[in-house]
Design a binder for this molecule. Structure first.
Ligand SMILES: [Zn+2]
Length: 310
């Protein structure tokens, strides 16, 4: 569901009937989904004034408390702004982030926007979170590196992270944001993650075909060593999925390999065709065929052959 559209709809309904606590409850939820917590709180406080039952009041109070928490974790920090983005550092994470200067982020930004042939005409908001805040606020499993929502990029700062991994995470999340914009959010997870990890590795190592050590080792051990490959159709990276960190990393690795194969064979034109097709609302199978001239089964089998040769 597109929350922006729902908001427009509910706001119109609100003009007609401003005395429905349920309507305001839903509207507040939409604002919260778009991370506009100030608006969410304002709307729910309005609903509180007309709420009838103790259950309603309790639910609204809970929601307000949650949104206040979210606000707290992104406010009171520092902010930097330039032509392309607004960077928000929660708490004193800017001190933490040390060497990760705006020019490093700009670098990654130039890389990703030119690779995806898409230059957004709106500013991208980058929010660096402190790790604990991030996980409690987004209720994500620990393997979720960051979440891309609209033009807001949330990047968690882990203990002991270095400039390179922060740059990689930023490139990864920015890729998600741009894909969402290019395809009107019509992109399957494996393509999303494949391109995001591809950008991440490129930002980290300077070469998208060079995997960072952890992934290189994982590739040697689990893919080459065990001679087992995961078919695209079996990839499941939904945030609620419970699996070992290694198995999840292995799935990301396969997404990456699939997109690296596509770029290796069909170049940036292949990516462009793929995203264009998805943007027109094509089914992923058809989008793959538009980009590669191969039906999905053939794409899959050529992909496995290519991986075997690595
Ligand atoms: Zn991702």
């Amino acid at each position: 569901m597109k929350f922006d559209e729902a908001i427009a709809l509910y706001e119109r309904a609100r003009k007609v009937n401003s005395k429905s606590a349920y309507l305001l409850y839903l509207l507040g939820k939409c604002y919260a989904e778009t991370k506009d917590h100030e608006k969410a709180i304002e709307t729910w406080e309005e609903a509180l004034k007309i709420a009838g039952s103790p259950e309603e009041i309790h639910a609204l109070q809970n929601l307000i408390a949650k949104s206040r928490e979210q606000l707290a974790s992104t406010s009171g920090g520092t902010e930097e702004e330039n032509q392309r983005f607004i960077i928000h550092y929660a708490g004193d994470s800017q001190k933490d982030i040390g060497e990760l200067t705006i020019s490093v982020l700009e670098n990654a930004y130039d890389q990703v926007t030119s690779d995806l042939m898409f230059h957004p005409d709106v500013k991208v908001h980058v929010i660096f979170y402190l790790t604990d805040d991030f996980y409690s606020v987004n209720q994500a499993n620990s393997w979720v590196g960051a979440l891309a929502q609209g033009i807001k990029i949330l990047v968690p700062l882990r203990q002991g992270y270095d400039q390179n991994s922060a740059k990689g995470t930023f490139a990864h999340e920015l890729t998600h944001v741009l894909i969402n914009m290019r395809t009107a959010a019509h992109c399957p997870t494996w393509i999303h993650e494949g391109l995001a990890v591809y950008s991440e590795f490129k930002a980290m190592t300077g070469d998208p075909t060079t995997m960072p050590t952890y992934y290189e080792n994982l590739f040697e051990k689990r893919v080459k060593g065990e001679k087992r490959m995961i078919p695209i159709s079996a990839i499941d990276l939904s945030p609620s999925k419970k699996d070992s960190d290694e198995n999840i990393a292995l799935q990301y690795l396969h997404c990456y390999l699939a997109m690296r194969f596509l770029i290796d064979r069909w170049g940036s034109q292949g990516v462009d065709d793929l995203l264009t097709s998805l943007g027109k609302g094509s089914h992923p199978d058809n989008a793959i065929e538009d980009a590669t001239g191969r039906p999905p089964e053939q794409f899959q089998s050529e992909l496995f052959d290519w991986i075997s040769g690595l």
